[in-house]
Ligand binder design. Sequence first.
Ligand code: SF4
Ligand code: SF4
Length: 448
Amino acid sequence: MSKPDIKPVPIKIHPRLTSGRFNNMRVGMVALTQLAFFGMPWLQWNGRQAVHFNLAEHHFLIFGISLWPQDFIYLAALLVVSALGLFLWTTLAGRLWCGYSCPQTVYTQIMIWIERAIQGDHNARRKLDAAPMSAGKLAKKSATQMIMAAFSLWTGLTFVGYFTPMRELATLQMGPWDLFWTLFYGGFTWLMAGVLREKVCLHMCPYARFQGSMFDDNTLIISYDAKRGEPRGKTQAKSEAQTKGCIDCGICVQVCPTGIDIRNGLQYECIGCAACIDACDQVMDKLKSPRGLIRYTSANALQGKPAQSPSFHRPRIVIYSSLLAGIITLSTTALVLKKPFKVDVLRDRASLVEQSDDGLLQNRYSLRVINTTEQAQRYVVTVEGLPGIRMEKPGEVIEVKPAQTETVPVRVQAAPENAPRGSHRIHFVIRSLNDDVTIREKSSFIGE
Ligand code: SF4
Ligand code: SF4
């Protein structure tokens, strides 16, 4: 009985290096996203870190825009816009996000570059994996892991730098939680991009599973043109290959970071990196055959049907675009009209009502004034709602530093004949002296 022909399953995929226009775009996106990620925490804006999410003080600072817990609606809007933008983008252009900008793709790419720089091309790496342990193998593998670990740690430190001032972290002024999150996020980067790599896309990413439901027949996909390419064969005469296509060289499979064969049709494992397009285009160039045996296309185009014209008039595109436009317009308008300060009024419940030396009824409050601007601000407070009601110190100026909060105890007074027993609705009127903006905050005054 002959032994069954079982091919060994490769434990680790070592994709072959590609070059070409889509590879250049991918490299450009890696450079752009990493420049933004690593550079942003170092940027200063009005003398402070430009992007700083200060969780301890519940205060987010984004290029001069101060966001407090009351403003989290803007962050929620930003999340919704990001999600809808991704849905719209996926319907229009398929897995461009996965192929070019997803952190998993970008960091895996960087880890593969590190591996290639130390261990050589895909064949050399495969041979090294298969070789028995030796001093040379140990040295190469250790050096690779050390550089990957150093890069991952720097990534972790940068991530924490969005929450704790980066310039403090860089001089190792970090608390135990900063250290913990640096190690945690660094370890996470190393695990996801250095160890698991394409397995995250294949088995763990939920987006990979449900994005198919956003595709329609006009969505841009990477596809092999079977009409042109088949029947494939290494034995095709050169003249035939020049007009037909696939010579079954297998290079499109060798370059694939998820190890699939695009010629088997659209597969969820395809992350849309376009490495197979670059690879096949180079083969076609050598054969002097037209490029595009593997190309960006759509299901309709592959079947010879015309794309809907214009291709933006599709139900999903219209729905996602309308929602996006509505949310962006609303939140931008609200952000532009946002008051430059906020006030919370808290009644002192320990002493409901007391009498001043001159016989007036007196209530105590705490005014929490939040200056959301980047300049020091001065405010005056008046009170209204009862005849003759007034602040104990009329005209007193409250000063609050840039993007800071000041809690000020104040007393409000009213004559007993104007404030009979019970609770009376009053309003504090807080006016910014810098830009003449006024806020009214309601509260209550207890009479005797
Ligand atoms: S690279 Fe192109 S020619 Fe080579 S196997 Fe893939 S599809 Fe066929
Ligand atoms: S099939 Fe092509 S586009 Fe899809 S993951 Fe593989 S190389 Fe990238």
